[in-house]
Ligand binder design. Structure first.
Ligand SMILES: *Cc1c(COP(=O)(O)O)cnc(C)c1O
Length: 373
């Protein structure tokens, strides 16, 4: 390779169906002129997702963030919500925007999901819910969380934005807790361009969420509650129908690249990979790596810069921890040293279905060489 020919590898690349397949899928919209408001594409995608995700109700939204807010709204959560600071800001913004108060509890070092052992100490008379995050598709300790919640009468809500298609012992991850929100954003393992869903087995909750995403109107057109507008349109649903046909293949391709990273980076001193979880089938949405600066001999930022110089674009995802970010700094109760440390050390390497094995190998060797740079 010439000096000037840098690989230019993005951190992610949206999955898209063949062009003709999408055109075929949207053809009928030109006959019907029905573009939104729970049309045929919306209904088809909803029922296919209920089957694929193994969950009773999948209420689709314009994006994943709206789905989180919809769940909090439907449960009328206004007090304290126990959550973590190692997440995307959407989780925490949803809590604040609904008028509730986040209380940050630390994460477990292995999975970076909420540490159930630290939840009870954070519960007060104002606590109403636990909003935990299946970070990178790593599942939270659902049984421990449920038993704490049951003991204290709290709702359990999962931000499952990263957990599309993840199962534990063949049970869909979106069926855990009282409700879960998943994202179908362009950058996620499955996309509808923009989109998301609130998943639950609670029929009356599903009904309330479906009503409130359409101005709070019931079937007779009566406004039961002052809802907003967060409906998924037919073009996005059509994209979802196409992408869903290919999602298993796409996940298998992600796994191949992921496995190459593991082969290349496993055992490198100071490069820490997240372990597999027993019984969990993953979706390989992300390739997070934690750099221990003492053991590795260079910092996460050094690795980030070394990769940038070679045309490899990565993300410090998530950095900084939410409770250290702009508006959130010193505003809410938090004691989260493990989350802060993870945020300082984490880097997510490029991972998408079309990433070649060769590229994964190249990226890995740049990471390994970063300590000499
Ligand atoms: C992507 C994401 C969201 C928000 O989903 P959108 O569909 O982009 O609104 C929420 N939480 C987490 C952890 C995410 O990664």
């Amino acid at each position: 390779m010439k000096e000037t020919e840098k690989p230019n590898i993005p951190v992610t690349r949206s999955s898209m169906p063949p062009f003709e397949e999408y055109i075929e899928e949207i053809h009928s919209l030109w006959d019907s002129h029905w573009l939104t408001n729970c049309g045929v594409k919306h209904q088809q995608l909803q029922s296919k997702l209920q089957e694929y995700l193994k969950v009773k109700h999948v209420e689709m939204f314009v994006n994943g963030h709206s789905a989180i807010e919809a769940i909090l709204e439907a449960f009328n959560i206004q007090g304290e919500v126990i959550t973590t600071s190692f997440t995307f800001v959407s989780t925490t913004n949803a809590i604040v925007r609904r008028g509730a108060t986040p209380v940050f509890v630390d994460v477990e070092p292995e999975w970076l999901t909420i540490d159930p052992k630290k939840i009870e100490a954070a519960i007060t008379s104002k606590t109403e819910a636990i909003l935990a995050v299946h970070v990178y598709g790593n599942l939270c300790e659902i049984d421990e969380i449920q038993s704490i919640a049951s003991k204290h009468g709290l709702k359990v809500i999962y931000d499952a934005a990263h957990a599309f298609g993840v199962t534990k012992n063949n049970v869909g991850a979106l069926s855990f807790g009282d409700a879960s929100a998943v994202s179908f954003h362009a950058t996620k393992a499955f996309n509808t361009i923009e989109g998301g869903a609130a998943c639950t087995s609670n029929s009356s909750l599903a009904q309330v969420m479906a009503r409130n995403r359409n101005f709070g109107l019931d079937i007779s057109g009566n406004c039961v509650e002052p809802g907003g507008n967060a409906k998924m349109n037919e073009f996005c649903a059509a994209m979802g129908l196409c992408n869903l046909r290919h999602v298993d293949e796409e996940i298998a391709k992600r796994k191949a690249a992921y496995d190459e990273y593991v082969d290349q980076l496993q055992g490198v001193p100071g490069v820490c990979l997240l372990k597999d979880q027993p019984g969990v089938k993953r979706n390989y949405a992300y390739m997070p790596v934690l750099i221990d600066p003492e053991k590795f001999g260079a910092t996460r930022d050094d690795v980030f810069e070394a990769l940038e110089r070679e045309g490899v674009h990565t993300r410090k995802y998530f950095y900084p921890a939410i409770n250290e970010m702009g508006w959130y700094k010193n505003r809410f109760v938090s004691d989260t040293p493990i989350a802060s440390r993870a945020a300082k050390n984490v880097i997510t390497l490029p991972l998408y279905a079309d990433l070649s094995i060769e590229n994964a190998r190249q990226v890995s060797s740049i990471v390994k060489d970063a300590k000499n740079a």
